[in-house]
Write a protein that binds this ligand. Structure first.
Ligand SMILES: Nc1ncnc2c1ncn2[C@@H]1O[C@H](COP(=O)(O)OP(=O)(O)O)[C@@H](O)[C@H]1O
Ligand SMILES: [Mg+2]
Length: 143
């Protein structure tokens, strides 16, 4: 698995880094995406989708739904959740997120930090922050 600090200078480059990461996903991975609004979390998921052979033009922030599923070319599933609008009285558990992903599937969660607790023992964290070089400079820390 791709780990460490990566630098991106464009949305396309962020998607490329994610797409490269997707090559190493075996199934069962849970990926937490953290970073401000506009950091590039959704762009990163679009790159994951491309790398997994899902139709990446469908990937947008699921603003009005909490979770969307994209079928990948290999029959695997990429689940994409965005917990930004998760109501306090409705937990991620109630949305059914805790039953995901299946053994061959991948679950990517934007605003994962909104969950007070979660059942997964291993998660990959992708933290995206604005860099100082330009408006499109991002630091992507994968741990
Ligand atoms: N290096 C970069 N990586 C990702 N997005 C970038 C980058 N530079 C500029 N952008 C822009 O920032 C925005 C990121 O949006 P989005 O992926 O929806 O963010 P988030 O899901 O974190 O709120 C897009 O408008 C994109 O074009
Ligand atoms: Mg988003």
């Amino acid at each position: 698995m791709l780990r460490g600090l990566r630098e991106s200078n464009s949305e396309a480059e962020t998607e490329q880094i994610a797409s490269q990461m997707a090559q190493d996903l075996k199934g069962g991975e849970v990926i937490f995406l953290e970073g401000d609004l506009g950091a590039g979390k959704t762009a990163f998921v679009r790159g994951l989708a491309r790398g997994l052979g899902a139709p990446d033009d469908a990937v947008a922030s699921p603003t009005f739904v909490i979770q969307t599923t994209y079928p990948c070319s290999s029959g695997r599933l990429l689940h994409h959740a965005d917990l930004y609008r998760l109501a306090s009285e409705l937990g991620a558990e109630d949305v059914g997120l805790f039953d995901l992903p299946g053994d061959r599937d991948v679950l990517a969660i934007e605003w994962a930090e909104r969950m007070k607790s979660y059942p997964w023992r291993r998660v990959t964290k992708v933290e995206i922050s604005h860099g100082a070089n330009s408006d499109t400079h991002r630091r992507i820390q994968i741990t």
